[in-house]
Structure formats: C-alpha cells, structure tokens
Design a protein. Structure first.
Length: 219
C-alpha cells in the first residue's frame, strides 16, 4: 500500500464504523466544554462526566464560577485528580473570561492558551468541538495509533499533530480525531490489545508493532 492508500483506508474504515461521531465529554456550550476538557487531563472521560454535573449545578458559567472559592471548586472536582492545579485554573480562567471577553470563550489558539491551565491540546479540542474550527487535538490514543499505523514516528505529540494535519484533509480533522479516539478505545487499546479485532493496524500497521504483539502473545 502507498501512504495515500493507507490514509484512504483509515478514513473509509473509520467513517464506516463511526458515521455519527459522539463527543466524549458532556457539555452544553463552549464554557462547559472548556472546563470539562481542562478537568480531563490525566483522568478519564467517564470520571469527568460523573463530576462535571456536580460542578455545573453550582456554576455553569464564569460569573457563577468566580463566586465559588478555589477550595470549594477543589472539593467538588477532587475525584478527577490534580485538583489543586485544576481548581486554580478554573477559577482563574473564569475571571479572565469576565475581564477580557465579556464572559465568552475566545476562538483562537493564542487567546485560549493564554488562559490558566489551558494547553495546546485543550485549546484544539475547544476550537474543533465547540466552534467547528479545523483542529487536530492529539491525545494518547491518537499518539499510539498514528505510530501503530506507521503514519507518524511517535516521538512527540507535536510531530504527530503535524503528520496528521499533513496526511488527512482539513475538512475531516474535526470528525477524524474523534473517530480515531473511539477506535483506539474499542479496537486498539494500549492494554488488552487484540490485533485480530484491530482491522486497521492488521492491514496497514507498523511491522515492528505487529511483531511485538505476536511475541508478547506467545510469552
């Protein structure tokens, strides 16, 4: 297979598996998505979706959020982990949104990444999922699969994002990054991987990864 044929195979397979692409984190607007994505760092979407309703019941907009203390926010979000940093970030960015953006979430990488506790991936998720702006957020699933599929060298998320944007049509980025995440969870996980169920890796995957799979399976 040529590189383009591999890319086409990925696109067509994922489109067949996920014609409708659900967003993993529950939210109702750009602000609640921003907070949910921030909370998801080193946590699971399932855990975040269990905790955000408790937080948003008290404050689902920046004006109500700043009425809570950092400690009050921390007590609510403690189960998602890294609560000291995340609670300060949530309170701090909410105040900035009020002071600089009339309570609205900005729509540029520069403005989003300037907010407390908001990195490039969080900004990319918000831009793509809240505003429909083409972006290709790279999480652990995408990093793993782009390497397994021999579409990136896996050395850094920065390089993986560049490779993904170079290989895949921009019009597909927003759906495709979510499709890859769902595929990684269901068919190509880091643990409990069953190559026979992972049709994409089995068809186009990196030989060293496939060889390692069978070696581990025998041992």
């Amino acid at each position: 297979m040529t590189k383009q044929e591999k890319v086409d195979f990925v696109i067509n397979t994922l489109k067949a598996l996920y014609p409708e692409v659900p967003v993993p984190l529950d939210h109702k607007d750009p602000y609640t998505l921003l907070i949910a994505v921030l909370m998801s760092a080193q946590s699971t979407d399932v855990r975040v979706n269990q905790i955000t309703p408790l937080l948003f019941e008290k404050a689902d907009n920046p004006y109500d959020m700043v009425k809570l203390t950092v400690d009050e926010i921390r007590d609510i979000i403690r189960p998602v982990g890294l609560s000291p940093m995340k609670s300060k970030g949530i309170h701090g960015l909410s105040q900035i949104l009020i002071d600089k953006y009339d309570g609205e979430v900005p729509q540029t990488y520069e403005a989003l990444e300037a907010l407390p506790a908001v990195g490039h991936k969080t900004a990319a998720v918000v831009l793509s999922q809240a505003f429909g702006i083409p972006a290709f957020p790279v999480d652990t699933h995408i990093q793993r699969l782009m390497y397994r599929w021999n579409l990136s060298n896996g050395k850094s998320v920065v390089q993986t994002e560049k490779d993904a944007k170079r290989l895949f049509p921009e019009a597909l980025w927003n759906d495709l990054h979510l499709q890859i995440i769902w595929y990684g969870r269901q068919y190509s996980p880091a643990r409990g991987w069953d190559l026979d169920k992972d049709i994409i890796t089995k068809t186009i995957g990196r030989k060293s990864e496939i060889d390692k799979y069978y070696k581990n399976k025998k041992s």
